[in-house]
Each structure stands twice: as structure tokens, then as C-alpha cells.
Ligand binder design. Structure first.
Ligand code: ATP
Ligand code: MG
Length: 567
């Protein structure tokens, strides 16, 4: 491709709203253009990268036995009602009606569609197992679309669904995808970690996320450097330092006038923050139900755990407002688990403590020396957010944390969709059984941004060869110079013949401009044709290392041929 024929709308500056490097660089390098918040047009160079990422994913999925199909983004409400998600999914689901008043959504994911497809086609165990997938555009009305392709309202996902006859089959399918994802992300040049994950609105009971390690990642990974336990912060559990049980002292009500927060109570009563138990009341909006969650004053609540305990969804669970609490008779600022009239959940760290301070459910009063079981009770569970410095529940070492970008997630769904949607098969004894399902997603466009996040420097993108828009760019210092033109054209023709993806920068621009552009765009290799063209000498530059060497042009060609041989 000649640069004069190529759409290369590079920019000196990125729009102010772009804060992370991948977003800035994708706009500046002219890989994509914003249409509206969270919606982008992929330009020629960007689309080439996207296609390459998709093809690596496709190759590995096919190798693993997956079969590609393509479903519509439009999904009928009826299927979402069958699975129970029409209501549960909340405002992220983009819903619309047709002229006949039939309701639809734009698919944020495709469990319902694939389950429906398979239940209508597959009748017998003889046709299972099955793994079908697509690479397709998804829609989510994200509350905060941001960071370019990282969190779009429209994005491309590879989603695969497996159907098996039993648990053993599901285990095999899941492991197959787990290892396939390892291959995919390795081939894409990502530095990543695999972590245990919460199953969220997708459901099921086992899940892993693939996290591209990056400071700008929105996910917090908690991991153990000793035993390799690693989990997303939403899922992670950990222990705090051991507490020694003390003699239980006499429960006493003490006056704490207008002293409401744990910090203020601890200060006022001159105790450590961990001695104050906080009681948080959550409201489930569907069931119109309050529940209390009690945890140590020095720990934070993990709301995903709350949602899971309440067996509800993110759309229906929130902290109760002061007004709601007052109307329901709670004494805001002085709520405690003793004699409280709602369901109470107690964090397991509370159980290890002695002589706690709790709210007295009476204006301006707290209890001191409150002890679990003797003075208050509730269902013991894991409620707190894990953080670096906590103790690994498996080996006792100190946990660490690191930020990551969730580029993929896999789920063992079991019969979550097959039972509600009656996706069954006839087993070898002639009985109907629900299929066991798994689902497996890769955020293709988010992966694109993650690759750039991990592969760039102060001058621009440094694409790994396997996903670069082109392999090499030939940059004549002056294309109007006959000798330079002849050599550049000659190299261009030879490389094209060798099926190398090559750009010839035939633009009439100052060399400095050209160099800046190509460094920004991140084509892995540059062949600079300059003053020594009359000796057949060119400069060969590797973008990733910025190492330059002068070589005969034939050697440069040979180097390129060798490099792409292994792709
Ligand atoms: P997140 O927690 O980041 O919102 P998710 O867990 O809801 O993502 P999944 O339902 O697991 O996402 O979707 C599969 C993959 O699709 C994710 O691992 C992620 O890489 C990608 N993805 C999800 N939401 C977006 C988005 N808004 N923009 C770009 N990619 C996304
Ligand atoms: Mg996910």
C-alpha cells in the first residue's frame, strides 16, 4: 500500500477526554474515530489490527473444536423472559420496540440466543458435546463509557457456548477453553494473569477471568505470591491477623451523643477502630426487604458478596437511604445487631473478636462489650473486601494486589439456562436431561486497547508483529530524489512479492513528519532509504527497541522475510 492512498489521519494531540495511553494513541495514530461516547468507527489501520486479533482468536477456537456462527445483535424479549434476565439485567440492556409494539434488546451477551438455537436443533446425546462461537458486536448502555475501547457502549466480543451431557463433559469443555485462552492471549503478546472470578449477571458457579496486567486496569487482582491463589477483588477472600479471644465483659449501654460514624465512636470511646462493629443496611428493591450486614469498623464491605448473599442482582440491591431507614424505624448512626428487626449477616472476622462496640438501636447510644452469640446473632459469612496485606486463606502468606484489565472471562454455567429454557437432550436410556453449559467471552476490542497499553513508548505504539496493521514501512527521506525513489520502489515490489505487508511512504512530506507518524502508528519495522541509496544501503529500524542499523537493502529484505516466516 502506498501511503498517499492510505487514510492516515494522525493527530498531534488527542482530545482532552482521552486520559489513558491506549485511548490517546489509538486516536492520535488514526486507528479509530469517535462517533459518540463509547461508540467508535474503526479506520483502515485499526481495522487491520482488529482483523488480525480476531483471526488469532478464530484459529485457536477452531483448533479447539469450536464452530463459528454469527447471530444477530437483535434479540426478542421473550427469550430474556424465559431466562428471567429481562427484569434482572437492569438499565444496561438497550431495549426497543418495533412498529408492532414487540419488545427487543440489543444483545449485551448471547446466552439466551445460543441456548434457544441448540434446544431447537439438538435432540440426542449423540450430537453432544458441542462448542459454538461467534465474533460479534455487543451493546451495553454502560453507566460510564470511558477509556476508549476499554469500556464502550458498542464493542466486539468473541462469545462461545459449550453444551455437554454431564459434569465431566462440562469440566473438559471448560478446561479446553481455559487452555485455549492461555494460547490466545500468549499469541497476542499480552502479559496476563488468570484469576478466580465472581459470576455476576451471567450466573453459574465457577468462573475465571483473564487479566492483562496494567496500571490503568479497572480490576483489582488480589494474589498470593507464595501459593499462587489469585482472584478478582470482587471474588477474593482473605483473613485478617489472628485475634486472641478475651474474657467476655459485661454488656453496657453508653451515651454517645450525636456520635455516629465508626471512626468517631472509636475516638470518643478511645478504642481501636477494629473494636467497633459497623452495621450496614441494604435494601432489596424487588422484594422490598432490608437486611443488615455487620463487619469490623476497619474493613470495607464487598457489595458483590452482598448481592450474592441476597441472591439478587446489581440492579436490585443498594444501601438503604437515611430516609428509608428512618421511615422503617431504624435509628441512623446508632444501628446495631442486637434486637434488630431484620435478617442479619455477620462477617466472619466479627466472630473472632471480643467485647465489641455496637449501635444500641436507640438515638445517641451504643453498647460496649458486645459479644457474638451472647449478645447478638446472625448468619456468619464472608462480607469484607480483601486487600493487599491480608492473609492468604490457603497458605497464610501476605497477599499482594495488582491492577488488571479483564480481557476475557469463562463460566461454568451448569444448567442455569438449560433448565429455565428447557434445553434438554435424550440420554442413552431415552430420558430427557438438561444440558450442561459453559460460556466463554473475550473482549476483542478491549484486548486491542490492552495490547497497546502494554506495547507503547513515549513516541507511540510498538505493535507486536503478529497484530501490527502492516509489517514494515519503507520511508524514503526524499521520494522526489530519483535514486531514492528507484531503490524504495524496488524494495517495495520485492516485499510485496514475498507477501510482506508493506507500506511505501511516498508522501511529499518532511522526513521528520514521516518518522513521527510511523513511530506513532507503531509499524514494527522501518526501512529508511536516504543518502546512501546510491550504495544500496538502507537504515533498518526495529520500532520496539528503536535500534537502527545500516545494511544492504537485500539484507533488510532477508531480515523481514525471516521475521514474518514464523508468524
Ligand atoms: P466488566 O466487569 O468490565 O464490565 P463484564 O464482566 O460485565 O465486564 P462479560 O460479560 O464477562 O463482561 O463480557 C466478556 C468480555 O467482554 C469481558 O471480559 C470484557 O473483556 C469484554 N467487555 C465487557 N464489557 C465491555 C465494554 N463495555 N467494553 C468493551 N469490552 C467489554
Ligand atoms: Mg466479566
Amino acid at each position: 500500500m502506498k501511503a498517499t492512498n492510505l487514510l492516515i489521519p494522525t493527530l498531534k494531540e488527542a482530545p482532552q477526554e482521552a486520559i489513558i495511553d491506549s485511548h490517546i494513541l489509538m486516536l492520535r495514530a488514526g486507528l479509530m474515530k469517535k462517533l459518540v461516547a463509547g461508540v467508535y468507527t474503526y479506520l483502515p489501520l485499526g481495522l487491520r489490527v482488529l482483523n488480525k486479533i480476531e483471526n488469532i482468536i478464530r484459529e485457536e477456537m477452531n483448533f479447539a473444536g469450536g464452530q463459528e456462527i454469527l447471530a444477530s445483535a437483535i434479540q426478542p424479549k421473550e427469550l430474556w423472559e424465559e431466562s428471567g434476565r429481562w427484569k434482572k439485567y437492569g438499565p444496561e440492556l438497550i431495549r426497543f420496540k418495533d412498529r408492532h409494539n414487540h419488545e427487543f434488546c440489543l444483545g449485551p451477551t448471547h446466552e439466551e440466543i445460543f441456548t434457544d438455537l441448540v434446544r431447537n436443533i439438538i435432540k440426542s446425546y449423540k450430537s453432544l458435546p458441542l462448542n459454538i462461537y461467534q465474533i460479534q458486536t455487543k451493546y451495553r448502555d454502560e453507566i460510564r463509557p470511558r477509556f476508549g475501547l476499554m469500556r464502550g457502549r458498542e464493542f466486539i466480543m468473541k462469545d462461545a457456548y459449550s453444551f455437554d451431557i454431564d459434569e465431566l463433559g462440562l469440566e473438559k469443555s471448560y478446561n479446553n477453553m481455559y487452555h485455549t485462552y492461555e494460547k490466545i492471549f500468549t499469541r497476542l503478546g499480552l502479559n496476563y494473569k488468570i484469576v478466580l472470578a465472581d459470576t455476576g449477571s451471567i450466573g453459574g458457579n465457577v468462573s475465571h477471568q483473564f487479566m492483562a496486567l496494567s496500571e490503568v486496569g479497572e480490576s483489582q487482582i488480589i494474589y498470593c505470591p507464595t501459593c499462587n491463589y489469585a482472584a478478582d477483588e470482587e471474588k477474593a477472600f482473605s483473613l485478617l491477623e489472628k485475634e486472641t479471644k478475651l474474657d467476655e465483659l459485661k454488656l453496657e449501654k453508653v451515651s454517645t451523643p450525636s456520635i455516629k460514624t465508626c471512626q468517631d465512636v472509636a475516638k470518643f470511646l478511645n478504642v481501636e477502630l477494629k473494636q467497633v462493629a459497623k452495621t450496614m443496611i441494604y435494601y432489596e428493591t424487588e422484594r422490598k426487604e432490608f437486611s443488615a450486614f455487620v463487619l469490623r469498623g476497619d474493613t470495607e464491605i464487598n457489595e458483590i458478596k452482598v448481592i450474592n448473599i441476597l441472591n439478587s442482582s446489581e440492579a436490585f440491591v443498594r444501601l438503604a437511604t437515611d430516609e428509608e431507614l428512618e421511615n422503617a424505624g431504624f435509628k441512623v448512626g446508632f444501628i446495631g445487631p442486637k434486637d434488630l428487626k431484620c435478617k442479619i449477616y455477620i462477617d466472619n472476622e466479627i466472630v473472632k473478636m471480643s467485647n465489641l462496640i455496637i449501635g444500641a438501636n436507640e438515638l445517641d447510644y451504643h453498647y460496649i462489650n458486645a459479644n457474638f452469640k451472647r449478645d447478638f446473632d446472625g448468619i456468619v459469612c464472608d462480607l469484607k473486601k480483601s486487600k493487599a496485606g491480608d492473609i492468604c486463606p490457603f497458605c497464610g502468606a501476605k497477599l499482594k494486589s495488582e491492577r488488571g484489565i479483564e480481557v476475557g472471562q469463562i463460566f461454568k454455567l451448569g444448567t442455569k439456562y438449560s433448565s429455565s429454557m428447557h434445553c434438554s437432550y435424550l440420554n442413552n436410556e431415552g430420558k430427557q436431561s438438561d444440558m450442561l453449559m459453559g460460556c466463554y467471552g473475550i473482549g476483542v476490542t478491549r484486548t486491542f486497547a490492552s495490547i497497546i497499553e502494554q506495547h507503547h513508548d513515549e513516541n507511540g505504539i510498538c505493535f507486536p508483529l503478529q497484530v501490527a496493521p502492516y509489517h514494515v514501512v519503507i520511508i524514503p527521506i526524499s521520494y522526489s530524489d530519483e535514486i531514492q525513489k528507484e531503490l524504495a520502489d524496488n524494495i517495495y515490489e520485492i516485499l510485496k512479492k514475498h507477501k510482506v505487508e508493506v507500506i511505501l511512504d511516498d508522501r511529499d512530506l518532511k522526513p521528520g513528519f514521516k518518522f513521527k507518524d510511523w513511530d506513532l502508528i507503531g509499524i514494527p519495522y522501518q526501512i529508511v532509504v536516504g543518502r546512501k541509496a546510491n550504495e544500496n544501503i538502507v537504515e533498518f529500524k526495529t520500532r520496539q527497541t528503536n535500534v537502527k542499523e545500516e545494511v544492504n537493502y537485500l539484507i533488510a529484505i532477508e531480515k523481514i522475510n525471516k521475521l514474518i516466516e514464523n508468524l
